[in-house]
Write a protein that binds this ligand. Structure first.
Ligand code: ZN
Length: 151
């Protein structure tokens, strides 16, 4: 799967209550923003209104490097959504970020869909800019660092 062919599942996007609006604004700018508590220093994902650790509302959005390691993965063979009808099989990964206290993000893995990912394998984020294909949202995809294909 390559970047120019990846759509967004219709259900993906900003939460209706706006709590992750800054995350999506960052995505549109090609930046990964994660919530950070000014009270206790916890990194928070998914977005919350208050810190789940200390219950303060002193949350800020901070940019973290879009790099991490594969924590888990799956290859999807069955088409569950019309957006991906032409793209199965594809690989979804859970990436443990190098920063942000190793918070984990879910995303699609670009590159050769026939090669099994290795747990702990380093990956780098690839920002897919907002387009008609992505429903107007910027989206973060992942690519193996040792994958020398174009992004
Ligand atoms: Zn806190």
């Amino acid at each position: 799967m390559e970047l120019e062919q990846v759509p967004v599942i219709g259900a993906v996007g900003p939460m209706a209550d706006g709590r992750d609006a800054s995350f999506w604004a960052g995505m549109a700018d090609g930046r990964l923003l994660i919530q950070h508590c000014g009270g206790c220093g916890s990194w928070i994902w998914p977005a919350q209104w208050a810190c789940p650790e200390c219950h303060r509302f002193a949350l800020a959005w901070e940019e973290v490097p879009a790099r991490g390691k594969i924590f888990s993965w799956t290859r999807t063979w069955q088409n569950f959504t019309p957006e991906f009808a032409e793209l199965v099989p594809y690989i979804t990964v859970v990436v443990e970020l190098d920063g942000a206290d190793q918070r984990r993000l879910l995303g699609l893995l670009l590159g050769d869909d026939t090669v099994d990912p290795v747990l702990g394998e380093p990956v780098a984020g690839v920002f897919q800019p907002p387009s008609e294909l992505t429903g107007g949202a910027g989206v973060l995809r992942w690519r193996r660092i040792n994958d020398h294909q174009r992004n």
